[in-house]
Design a protein around this ligand. Structure first.
Ligand SMILES: NC(=O)c1ccc[n+]([C@@H]2O[C@H](COP(=O)([O-])OP(=O)(O)OC[C@H]3O[C@@H](n4cnc5c(N)ncnc54)[C@H](O)[C@@H]3O)[C@@H](O)[C@H]2O)c1
Length: 369
């Protein structure tokens, strides 16, 4: 994710020439020296360090990206806020709602601007869906269903990386994928009030990693150790508005690679989106001739911010482009002082939903958010 943020900063001016801010990549930290050096050799940073505190302490640094494993987010964010530095923090902002609350409070106290890596919100099709919902085009909303199911941890030989350990990651799929889905649900339909969830760990042990691999590293025949957090969650949610819905997340689903979907059904119409087809939105609005069923709408320049990336409909935007949009929002905020969404406050709202899901998994009952 450090690479993705770095590239996003470099690309902002290409796509958003009117962005108020411009990033200079001053200093990158990675505890692994070779990776820190790669930030200079490959990513365009002027300097590198193995201690993240050097980044915060550097007077030339106005703003920081927090892309380390989850357990460091709170500590780095609090240090950044205390030094008056704005931050772009990856999700989940904390290992728990309490940690996320600390970060949100620190940012508020220090008056620094934040943006959080709920990048899928930035997809033109998602923004279009949000406009259709809020304009009333679909009529009063009746149902919501969403899935974020991926297979990145489906192979039981996948190494026991930091993502599977409580101390390093906190929650499992709740923090990793459900955090996106909880944010999306609340972005589209407002606050979730209560949840009931089934929380499961399907792959209970994994081989210890051999070296400095990523969570995609596969280890054949290694020594096994326990997975400490959940990999699959199925939930029913009830929004404050009274609408009910379902949200499911898993990191061990064989088949889908990044099936991140939502469907919103109103009284008159519906929308349906799948990240695996990021640039399409299925829209159902009743036609005068009586035709029914979804129509496939291709994103084009009339669906902001698509025109910043491609000149005509049907050309593809990709995942990394969403991060360029996120970077431009962050730089705008740093310069004009206007807090944009999703920031630490929205991360806290999502974290509270995740906590209620975890509690419900243990209690077997509805839990208030
Ligand atoms: N928004 C998204 O779609 C998205 C996608 C992937 C990851 N993420 C988030 O980004 C964060 C990083 O995930 P990743 O997949 O890049 O992890 P990763 O394990 O690939 O990379 C983490 C990096 O942090 C470095 N590191 C570890 N401890 C450090 C320390 N004490 N000081 C400095 N550097 C340290 C590691 O050496 C490694 O280079 C996580 O919080 C994850 O949830 C978000």
């Amino acid at each position: 994710m450090g690479r993705v943020h770095s590239s996003a900063y470099r690309r902002v001016r290409d796509h958003f020439p009117d962005c108020a801010g411009e990033a200079r990549l001053v200093v990158a930290a990675d505890e692994t020296e070779a990776r820190a050096q790669a930030a200079v050799d490959q990513l365009g940073f002027a300097r590198a360090t193995t201690d993240w505190r050097d980044v915060i302490a550097d007077p030339a640094v106005d703003a920081v990206s927090i892309t380390a494993p989850n357990h460091l987010h709170r500590e780095v964010a609090l240090a950044a806020a205390a030094a008056g530095k704005h931050f772009w923090c990856e999700k989940p902002v904390g290992r728990s709602a309490a940690e996320t609350a600390d970060v949100a409070a620190a940012a508020e106290r220090a008056g620094v601007r934040t943006i959080v890596g709920f990048n899928y919100r930035q997809a033109p099709a998602v923004q279009h869906a949000a406009r259709l919902i809020s304009s009333g085009a679909l009529g009063p909303i009746r149902q919501y269903r969403s899935q974020f199911v991926a297979g990145y941890a489906a192979n039981p030989q996948g190494a026991l990386s930091w993502r599977f350990l409580r101390a390093a990651a906190g929650q499992g799929v709740l923090g990793d994928l459900m955090s996106h889905a909880a944010d999306m649900a609340q972005f589209l339909l407002g606050p979730i009030e209560r949840v009931v969830a089934h929380v499961e760990t399907t792959v209970t042990e994994r081989p210890l990693p051999g070296g400095e691999g990523t969570h995609f590293a596969v280890v054949e025949g290694g020594q096994l150790a326990p997975v400490e957090n959940e990999d699959t969650v199925r939930s029913v949610v009830r929004f404050e508005s009274g609408i009910a819905g379902t949200i499911e997340a898993s990191r061990v689903t064989v088949g889908p690679q990044a099936r991140y979907t939502f469907e919103v059904n109103g009284e008159r119409g519906a929308v349906s989106w799948d990240f695996e087809r990021m640039n399409e939105l299925l829209v159902y609005l009743p036609l005068e001739n009586g035709d029914s069923g979804y129509s496939r709408v291709l994103m084009g320049p009339e669906h902001p911010p698509y025109a910043h990336f491609q000149p005509g409909a049907g050309l593809a935007m990709g995942y990394d482009d969403l991060k360029v949009i996120e970077a431009s929002l962050f730089l705008d905020s740093v310069v004009d002082g206007v807090q944009r969404e999703p920031g630490a406050r929205e991360a806290l709202a999502a974290a509270r939903v995740l906590e209620a899901m975890e509690n419900s998994g243990a209690s077997g009952a509805w839990e208030l958010v």
